[in-house]
Design a protein around this ligand. Structure first.
Ligand SMILES: N[C@@H](CCC(=O)N[C@@H](CS)C(=O)NCC(=O)O)C(=O)O
Length: 218
């Protein structure tokens, strides 16, 4: 049977969340590591907007939004643990804030040279105050956004927080309270994240190595 094919980019946080969802759901899939500077014609034919991740299902249907790929992978899981808690108003709001305001400031903090007139320090501060401090407060209440167990929102958000933390790790470590630090470091050392960062050969389609491990963070 034809496996689903994921067009992906190793360092893209949207693609990370899609890869983790497919691995957690134990879905066998092929993967194609894309060069963002030279996108394959097959990808653009499936999804002309030209972003990754894009999933071509075995049926030929196409999903070209990371959250849709997560839903497709996680919603059918028997326990529904990964998907159901991600549907609360609170968690949908966190997702919207992450993909909206936080991503806006993150890009301008991380790549100020790409945004003429962007004040890097101002974007660093706005990301901190509008998103990261409130998120830290939320994680003070429970270990995961899913409560005692992780949910899709946890894995949707932490790849973006990882990017922010990596710009100035020492500064980040001083700014953010322990609940957020341990949430992030738990995910960064989690087997499913380490597995999803497996290096693929560039511009080739191969089966992504299967994952059968524990999906919880350390
Ligand atoms: N809303 C999309 C966003 C995906 C996205 O923006 N991906 C970036 C890479 S991290 C991309 O493909 N950008 C196109 C480019 O750089 O040419 C999703 O959730 O999948």
């Amino acid at each position: 049977m034809t496996r689903p094919l994921l067009y992906t980019y190793r360092r893209c946080p949207y693609a990370m969340r899609a890869r983790m969802a497919l691995l957690i759901a134990d879905i066998a899939f092929d993967a194609h590591e894309v060069s963002l500077r030279d996108k394959p014609a097959e990808l653009l034919a499936l999804s002309p907007k030209g972003t990754v991740p894009v999933l071509r299902q075995a049926s030929g249907d196409v999903l070209d939004q990371s959250w849709d790929i997560m839903r497709w992978a996680l919603a059918p899981l028997p326990s529904a643990s990964w998907w159901a808690p991600a549907q609360t108003r609170d968690n949908l709001d966190w997702l919207a804030l992450n993909d909206g305001v936080f991503k806006h400031h993150l890009d301008r903090y991380k790549y100020p040279e790409r945004f003429p007139g962007a004040d890097r320090d101002s974007h660093r501060a706005q990301a901190l105050e509008s998103f990261l401090r409130p998120l830290a407060g939320r994680l003070d209440k429970s270990r995961f956004l899913g409560g005692d167990i992780p949910c899709a929102t946890d894995i949707a958000l932490f790849p973006f927080v990882r990017q922010y933390a990596a710009v100035e790790p020492a500064w980040f470590a001083q700014q953010l309270p322990p609940a957020l630090q341990s949430w992030l470091s738990g995910w960064l050392s989690s087997p499913v994240f380490l597995h999803c960062m497996h290096r693929l050969p560039d511009r080739m389609t191969i089966e992504f190595p299967r994952y059968a491990g524990n999906s919880d963070p350390a």
